[in-house]
Design a protein around this ligand. Structure first.
Ligand SMILES: NC(=O)c1ccc[n+]([C@@H]2O[C@H](COP(=O)([O-])OP(=O)(O)OC[C@H]3O[C@@H](n4cnc5c(N)ncnc54)[C@H](OP(=O)(O)O)[C@@H]3O)[C@@H](O)[C@H]2O)c1
Length: 341
């Protein structure tokens, strides 16, 4: 069996080390993917720092990927060797993406349109899944605005959505999906330097976070908001989101509930954006069947990005920059095939 390079987190709160591991063989229904680009997410440094999520060590992290089909398990029909694809990984070693090859079920994979490079496609899966699960997903997943991933989506005419953290990776996908959902007013709260980009993605009202403190955001929003999508997930963002949202609507937040008061008449949803999570598979399969079209028709456009050199060896410094809040309005990407041995 041939081997590959992978970045291992040796033990809880331990060091990251590049080492070799076997390239797995795809079981029935799954695809072995040669990863050309993987993106870094805040969860990756949080796992290392807080020993969250992972049960088995040494562990491989990373859950964003773009690459090509290397080998097919029995029964795979939608893809062939060499196809350019994107997918979301998971936190088990055979499904993680901080390595050169991984295994993903074909039902959670989409083709990359010619217009997108691997680096661009890798910026999409995790953050997009957080946004789309929270907005579209039905009971137990999200606000239920398009649970069957219909096309066109049911329209939210004359409705307002507020997106806190509009320039974050998740926020940018939430803005684009809000446009697809037909919200008449899409308010994005973000630094001024990102306002032109966010308007281009679909925001109809930009609020400068240097000019309006988060706790005063309600003063900048006129009328009731059906949805407040909180991509920041601090106690402050969750509290102002709860204040702004109407009783018919919902707050969607990307982290655990940190509010000191939890009004019973306001729906508050903590989103988990993964097709692999229990209860998410049916929605995930419907969604991934439409991802190629969303990209092809440019309804979803990738984040701006920076490629970190050095392949998997570049991840540790990149995660440190994410943890230090040095990344604004773009995604860090590495190319695992460029890892030196
Ligand atoms: N639950 C899930 O499934 C899930 C999935 C993905 C991510 N997440 C979580 O979602 C959060 C965002 O992830 P990401 O990858 O999108 O992060 P990111 O792109 O690295 O976020 C950086 C951005 O956050 C913005 N920001 C920070 N504090 C802000 C505030 N108080 N108000 C407005 N904007 C603020 C910054 O905006 P400016 O540049 O405009 O200053 C910056 O552009 C993280 O906490 C992550 O762990 C959760």
């Amino acid at each position: 069996m041939s081997t590959q390079q992978a970045l291992f987190l040796e033990k809880p709160k331990g060091d990251f080390v590049v080492n070799t591991r076997d390239i797995p063989t795809p079981p029935a229904g799954e695809i072995l993917i040669k990863i050309h680009a993987t993106a870094l997410n805040p969860v990756d440094w949080k796992i290392q720092k807080y020993a969250a999520f992972i049960k088995n060590y040494p562990a491989i992290l990373g859950t964003d990927l773009a690459g090509e089909v290397e080998a097919l398990g029995d029964g795979v029909t939608k893809f062939k060797k060499g196809d350019r694809i994107l997918a979301q990984g998971y936190f088990t070693n055979d499904r993680a993406t901080f390595q050169q090859y991984t295994l993903i079920p074909e039902r959670f994979i989409a083709k990359i349109p010619e217009s997108l490079a691997f680096d661009q496609a890798a910026t999409i899966p995790v953050a997009f899944l957080a946004a789309v699960t929270g907005l579209f997903g039905g009971k137990g997943l999200g606000a239920g605005l398009n649970p069957d991933v219909e096309w066109p989506a049911p329209q939210q005419k004359d409705q307002t959505i507020v997106i806190i953290g509009g320039s974050s990776s998740v926020g940018q996908y939430a803005i684009q999906l809000s446009k697809f959902l037909g919200f008449s007013t899409i308010v994005a709260y973000a630094s001024k330097k990102h306002h032109a980009l966010l308007a281009d993605l679909g925001a109809t009202q930009l609020v400068d976070r240097a000019a309006v403190p988060l706790e005063k955001l309600d003063t900048a929003v006129s009328g009731p908001a059906k949805i407040v999508y909180d991509a920041v997930a601090s106690a402050e963002s969750q509290e102002i989101a709860t204040k702004i949202v109407s009783t018919e609507g919902a707050v969607i937040t990307v982290g655990e509930d940190k509010r000191s008061e939890k009004p019973a008449d306001k729906t508050f949803l903590n989103v988990f954006g993964s097709s692999f999570a229990p209860g998410h598979e049916v929605f995930g399969e419907k969604l991934w069947a439409k991802v190629g079209r969303l990209l092809e028709e440019k309804i979803i456009r990738p984040n701006r990005l920076e490629v970190i050199p050095g392949g998997l060896n570049g991840i540790v410094s990149g995660l440190k920059r994410l943890e230090n809040n040095e990344i604004s309005g773009e995604k860090l990407v590495v190319r695992p095939q460029e890892t030196e041995t």
